[in-house]
Write a protein that binds this ligand. Structure first.
Ligand SMILES: [Zn+2]
Length: 325
């Protein structure tokens, strides 16, 4: 195959997936609900949903568990133990991808790149089924890069037909040819710094790595920081210090709205849909990290107004009760 075809074919294979028992589960945070990490975290939480609901004062028989109610990554270890989380799971919350592959046996797919812990015949069967599930007929004409984490081996441009043989020996032929090439997968995973200027002081925003992934902060340490995706892509638009303060204030006000309605399933998503209508913007643009100062002031105003409406309604209910008496 010449390199043009190669690129063209790769271009068709998009999106990020987990392969779970031969089924492809879409896990692309940029376009979907949950990314690879979030998917694993949710599956770890699901094991303990009864205990968590009990701790939150919810009834597991009647109430619907809303995963957004509980962020285990900010809960301390002892509390997680009390909720039944094992040490292994707690480590998994911090390193979800590794946990997904090592402990759950899931395969990670990003476009034509596949990561798996081991390369047995059963793994290949799982991968072939998952790729077919994710890419349909297109998978059968494509070639894939396989990284085996357990042995730190890399197999490049493996045709689907070879994966489908479920024979690890056949796949191994594709490793030797490319033994000297750089680890493409690692390269893909390494966060790339974007060229961003600090809106406060004009300095460069530098990509740094935090406990929970990469983020930007100003080279002049003027106080500006900004969130980033694993790839290094900034989340939304960096703001100056006033914008950052407004974003924090807008979040605090707006979050109250969905948190007080957290008994409703998907309260947070619904609240964002409501806000997008009020702000007259598409839901994909409805993020505090994307709003400018004027929009953020509007979010604060709208949220305050809605909170007051709630309060009034609650008071009216009370008055009603008193009258009924
Ligand atoms: Zn700065």
């Amino acid at each position: 195959m010449n390199s043009m075809n190669w690129m063209e074919k790769w271009a068709q294979l998009r999106g990020e997936w987990w392969i779970i028992d031969g089924q492809a589960q879409f896990a692309d945070a940029d376009t979907g609900e949950l990314g690879h990490d979030a998917y694993v975290i949710q599956s770890i939480i699901a094991e303990h949903s009864d205990e968590i609901m009990e701790a939150l004062g919810l009834n597991s028989q009647e109430d619907v568990f809303d995963y957004q109610l509980f962020d285990p990554t900010i809960v301390d270890k002892e509390k997680l133990h009390l909720l039944g989380f094992s040490d292994e799971e707690i480590t998994g919350l911090k390193y979800p991808r590794e946990y997904g592959m090592e402990k759950l046996g899931w395969k990670r797919v990003a476009g034509p790149n596949i990561e798996t812990q081991t390369l047995s015949s059963a793994d290949l069967k799982d991968i072939a089924n998952g790729l077919y599930d994710a890419y349909d007929e297109e998978a059968t004409n494509a070639e894939f890069n396989l990284e085996v984490r357990g042995t730190k081996s890399l197999y490049q441009a493996v045709p689907f037909a070879v994966i489908e043989t479920e024979d690890p020996m056949r796949v191994r032929e594709y490793g030797l040819k490319y033994a000297s090439t750089r680890n493409w997968y690692k390269q893909a995973q390494e966060a790339q710094e974007w060229d961003l200027n600090c809106p406060e002081c004009g300095g460069k925003l530098r990509l740094r790595s935090g406990d929970w992934g990469p983020y930007y902060s100003c080279e002049n340490r003027c106080g500006v920081t900004h969130g980033a995706f694993k790839s290094g892509k900034p989340r939304g638009v960096p703001g100056d210090l006033e914008t950052i303060a407004l974003r924090k204030a807008a979040h605090e006000k707006f979050d109250q709205l969905w948190k007080m309605n957290s008994h409703i399933p998907n309260a947070r998503t619904k609240a964002y849909e409501w806000l997008a209508r009020k702000m007259n913007c598409p839901i994909s643009e409805c993020h505090m990290a994307k709003f400018n100062k004027e929009q953020l002031r509007r979010v604060i105003g709208i949220s305050n107004w809605a909170l007051e409406q709630y309060k009034k309604r609650e008071e009216e209910k009370k008055t009603q009760l008193e009258l009924d008496l």
